[in-house]
Design a protein around this ligand. Sequence first.
Ligand SMILES: [Fe+2]
Length: 331
Amino acid sequence: MSTLKISSIQASEADLQAYYAELRSQHVTPLWIGGGMTAEPRSKAVPYVWHWRDLRPQAMRAAQLVGTEQAERRVLRLTNPELPGVSASNTLVANIQIVMPGEIARAHRHSGSALRFIIEGGGGYTVVNGDRIPMHPGDLVLTPNWTWHDHANDTGQPMIWLDGLDTPLVRMLEAGFYEEHEKELQEQSPVRRYSPMWHYPMSQARAALERLAREGERSPFDGVILEYTNPVTGGPTMPTIACYIQMLRPGEHTRARRRVCCTNYHVVEGSGYSIVGDHKLEWEDKDVFTVPTWTFHEHVNTGARPAFLFSFSDSPVMKALDLYREEAKPA
Ligand SMILES: [Fe+2]
């Protein structure tokens, strides 16, 4: 029996090109001439920061130009410079939504999961499957997959929040359903003071972070960090999105790490910068920035106050599919 070895076959360029043309006509592609696998994940998305000083005036302008009758949701999509017109990150959108005093955004539901992180406002509420959820600055409100939700601003000032959704992922999976409610607003069940599934008030998050800081619980990569969890499973808030809040001490500079997941950050308060890949993203109160997958990132609080960062990522998807990895940058 002869020795097994890789084969060397020489064909003329003309024969190869004729073969490829024939394959093309049959909708078949030879793997060896296409793009191959990469040694590690490479995101098309780039690190980027959107500043609140730019976003807020544009949100107010949208409120002058478009009503919630014309726009089912008055939303400005943050679009990654390398994902034009699409989304802030590969699988997750980070958008800004504004609801003006006296306005409603009508009830609908979709198979994409959504979160709201309230940036500005004096109240107002979202109704999720009949439950009225208050929306105060810093609160996290969930509208999981296929839950009815409508928004209302019964206060005297604009409400602005960050919308996080997994719509790019759901679109890629071709799994999206969408439905409008027969009524503009859902019937509300009696007001519940607290819905453990759908409402995570900032007052509780802040108190928990401060307690952990006193106890010295801190990560070299994230400072003091908490994951918002689903009280039923102890796992992430939603199957596709994990949510976190972290606190960085004045002067704190975290160690760099990279993870197989894309993450969008919102600066609840504080000022500093993050080194993300070879970008330096300067941030201050209410800015939004994005960290693409497998990109080293470290955070620095340059201010005199503690900095609070809210973030959400697609890590639950990566973990469910056994694709998750993380790695610290060698010191
Ligand atoms: Fe929605």
